[in-house]
Ligand binder design. Structure first.
Ligand SMILES: NC(=O)C1=CN([C@@H]2O[C@H](COP(=O)(O)OP(=O)(O)OC[C@H]3O[C@@H](n4cnc5c(N)ncnc54)[C@H](OP(=O)(O)O)[C@@H]3O)[C@@H](O)[C@H]2O)C=CC1
Ligand SMILES: O=C([O-])CC(=O)C(=O)O
Length: 268
């Protein structure tokens, strides 16, 4: 969307939960000068976040940029439409792009631009550069979270209860990033982000561990290729609002938003 030089960048936030509410609050406090929140969109009432809660259509009428922090269905259902309207899109639910049809539709849409936030992890810059130098031969991530945060609607009651009650670490998933983010859509977007960065969701080997002692959420990334060998261990404090999500994620989203609107903060 074209806007006169110097006009504020208007942001609609989809998802007024742990990430979205923090992003709206930070923007209202002026964290990114010249970037203003104009609407929040959510399927349920989010209370008073200081901006109107609108339906998606009404929010898009007012927005230069959409920040998605709701869930993968929003990307599957609305990303192409948002981009086709010339609105830029920042994606948190990166796992949606592990579906080849969704990824193709998003890549083909425009003139709006889309970017993915690094979210809960880091090191994606060097992995992206390394994958550009030559194919990665090994990409692995082991994520460890509190058991209750990993219960899924597809689990039967007995399995869900066993998971909640576990007193020792237990592996709940081992497979590739495409399958990982489909089975744990609100917990393994990081695995999909690694897949996107190295250009192959199926190459990323993902282990998900439920650990009752995991006061910090851990993402241990190991990768190897022609360019070198990499290992990062990230330990994030879970969000107080939603322990499934790392507390740092809204700050990553704000950092990505700064870059998207052309005001990157230092290291990019
Ligand atoms: N890239 C990364 O590193 C990370 C990405 N994420 C992604 O961000 C998403 C949001 O995280 P978080 O803020 O912690 O989650 P929350 O559950 O706290 O908030 C999400 C909000 O979005 C709402 N919502 C869900 N689907 C839609 C929809 N189709 N339209 C409008 N509103 C919707 C939810 O409503 P309801 O509860 O009724 O569904 C909820 O109010 C996660 O689901 C995940 O996909 C999260 C963490 C890290
Ligand atoms: O916040 C995190 O640590 C990771 C997460 O939920 C996700 O990747 O979906």
């Amino acid at each position: 969307m074209t806007r006169p030089y110097g006009d504020p960048v208007r942001v609609a936030v989809i998802g007024g939960g742990a990430i979205g509410a923090s992003v709206v609050a930070a923007l209202r406090e002026g964290r990114l000068p010249g970037v203003v929140p104009v609407a929040v969109v959510d399927g349920r009432s989010v209370g008073d976040l200081g901006v109107p809660q609108l339906r998606l259509e009404a929010a898009l009428d007012q927005a230069d940029v959409v920040v998605e922090c709701a869930g993968q269905s929003v990307i599957a259902q609305s990303a192409a439409d948002i981009l086709n309207r010339g609105i830029d899109l920042l994606i948190s639910s990166v796992g949606a792009l592990a579906d080849p049809e969704v990824a193709a539709a998003v890549r083909a849409a425009g003139p709006g631009r889309f970017v993915l936030t690094a979210g809960a992890i880091g090191g994606l810059d060097i992995l992206s550069s390394a994958a550009a130098q030559g194919p990665m031969t090994r990409v692995e991530v082991t994520t460890t979270k509190l058991p209750a945060t990993l219960v899924q609607p597809w689990m039967d009651d007995a399995d869900a209860e066993r998971l909640r009650a576990t007193t020792a670490p237990v592996e709940v998933f081992h497979g590739n990033a495409r399958e990982a983010t489909r089975m744990f859509p609100r917990s393994l977007n990081v695995a999909a982000t690694l897949g996107w960065v190295v250009g192959d969701f199926d190459k990323v080997d993902v282990r998900l561990i439920a650990d009752p002692a995991a006061d910090l959420t851990c993402h241990h990334v190991r990768a190897e290729g022609e360019a070198g060998r990499y290992s990062f261990e990230i330990r994030n404090l879970p969000s107080a609002e939603n322990p499934r999500t790392s507390g740092v994620v809204p700050h990553a989203v704000l950092r990505s938003l700064a870059a998207l609107v052309g005001r990157p903060t230092g290291v990019v």
